[in-house]
Design a binder for this molecule. Structure first.
Ligand SMILES: NC(=O)c1ccc[n+]([C@@H]2O[C@H](COP(=O)([O-])OP(=O)(O)OC[C@H]3O[C@@H](n4cnc5c(N)ncnc54)[C@H](OP(=O)(O)O)[C@@H]3O)[C@@H](O)[C@H]2O)c1
Length: 204
């Protein structure tokens, strides 16, 4: 039965693995309390974030969560650093907003985020509520960050392919060249202000 539920709550490829650190928001709610317990069953370290000491006591003393953070009284950023210095591998997001932005800053490399809800924004007007969570939930999106060096072993292959496309006229490029080292600062500010087209280059 629990296995079935774990498939229900954790989207595919998001399952928490034994030994990982999992954070869940609205942790004492219907969804959060269930999710946190499944993560414990899977052998994870689980940190629940909720809005009262009474809820925290239930999570830790009865449900077996490892830690609890009261987001109404604690500095979530500092508290997370204290209880999860190793970083967060999986975040189950029920609330969105500021708390989620803070938790995201604690994520480990290749961490996974299940965006379930964004309750912190449900009373906001349309503009404020248009956070990333809304679109992700409604359209069931998957997002993945990357750092270009992940493909460092294919660097030369990339350069060769681009050269080929340029020679074939399929790929075009532009450069905005500033002459003189003494103009580095101006060139940099110009780039930040969007005055360059294509790559901004300083020729010294
Ligand atoms: N994607 C889906 O298919 C799906 C399905 C069901 C539910 N959901 C979503 O999952 C989330 C949990 O739903 P649920 O039905 O299980 O409700 P719930 O967690 O039982 O109740 C909501 C809890 O959210 C917390 N909360 C309210 N305002 C908050 C805020 N501004 N910041 C942080 N926490 C706040 C409150 O607890 P505190 O005391 O901790 O503030 C409240 O008890 C909701 O966002 C819901 O919309 C999504």
């Amino acid at each position: 039965m629990l296995k079935k539920y774990s498939l229900l709550w954790f989207p595919r490829n998001m399952y928490p693995r034994a030994g990982e650190t999992v954070v869940v928001t609205a942790a004492a709610g219907a969804t959060g309390s269930h999710v946190g317990q499944i993560a414990k069953i899977k052998g994870c370290k689980v940190i629940g974030i909720a809005g009262s000491d009474e809820k925290g006591k239930w999570l830790v003393d009865e449900l077996g969560f490892d830690h609890f953070i009261d987001y109404k009284t604690a500095d979530v950023d500092k508290a997370l650093t204290d209880v999860a210095p190793e970083g967060v591998d999986c975040y189950f997001d029920n609330v969105g907003g500021e708390i989620s932005s803070t938790i995201l800053r604690h994520m480990n490399h290749f961490g996974r985020i299940s965006i379930c809800g964004a309750i912190s924004g449900y009373n906001e007007d349309e503009v404020q509520a248009s956070t990333v969570q809304w679109s992700a939930i409604a359209n069931e999106l998957k997002m993945e960050g990357f750092v270009v060096t992940r493909w460092i072993d294919r660097w030369n292959e990339g350069i060769q392919q681009n050269i080929k496309w340029i020679k074939e006229g399929k790929l075009k490029y532009k450069e905005t060249v500033t002459e003189g080292f003494e103009n580095v600062f101006t060139a940099f500010i110009d780039m930040l202000k969007g005055r360059n087209i294509g790559k901004a280059i300083v020729k010294v």
